[in-house]
Design a protein around this ligand. Sequence first.
Ligand SMILES: [Ca+2]
Ligand SMILES: [Ca+2]
Length: 98
Amino acid sequence: MAIMNYHTVHKCVPAGKREMTMAEFKEWIRRFDEDKDGRINKDDLREAIRATGAWFPSWKAKLGVKAADMNRDGFIDDSDITALAEFAQKNLGFRIMP
Ligand SMILES: [Ca+2]
Ligand SMILES: [Ca+2]
């Protein structure tokens, strides 16, 4: 039997359909904000994508930041979350309710 470690319990998206509300998506992505400054950088996003089990997490993280980071400061903050959710729906198999 597999032992659930901290990462498994707190960071994994349930297997199967990744359906969640926008609020749940925000909460989920914030768990990967390692330095807790409220912004998601490329490395944080890579870990989030890795946790979904998607392939090429580094590459997808790069694309995700490019797609979502509207003011081009290299970070995904609150105002970029909607665009990131869109990216997650298109590329990571998420289904996010408004
Ligand atoms: Ca951060
Ligand atoms: Ca930004």
